[in-house]
Design a protein. Sequence first.
Length: 210
Amino acid sequence: NVYLSCKNEPAYFKILPQEARFGSFWGGFIENHIDDAPFPPEMNHTVTAINARTGAVEWEFRVTEVAHRGGIIASGDVIYWNGFDGKLRAVSASDGELLTIFNLGTALDTQPSIGQDSNGKTLLLQSFGGRGLTSQNPPLRGSVPGAIMAYGLPDDLPEGVSREVEIREIIITEEVEVETINPISYVIIGLGVVLIVVSGVLYSRTRQTA
């Protein structure tokens, strides 16, 4: 399968006067007027699994009221991606069933990544905070420290549960009635054949005598 994300994040800005800065660079400020937008400012995003061979949609996972920025990653039959609601989601790659949610408490505007430490242990990494474009107002960016969260499997995994399954061979005997021909029928058929032969011989001799 091919996995992709699509977000709906409408914006409605007022562009303020632009001016020359630093020589040939022009720039300025904008004002967010999303509340005055002539359209419903509905935010959402959807992660979709598409069959690479047929192009058919296998499953969709829709998140309402929050957008998504960045890509998604697939590893070990699990799909991971970040959200502006501060949640790192993990769903099954086969059917899109939600497996778990990591709530980091602040908007996640960069996608997670997977790597290994020096001991070869695989970790799921997610950065957050700091200069997040979606987590802080412009005057406050950089005033809150960021962090990187690392998620991994426990060092001592519980032993798997095993069970014995008894397999029994069952033989079913079914009686079927078979139609048989009575031996007397064979005798009657044989006599009929003999009579036909004798009749033929007598008829032939009668013609020769005539």
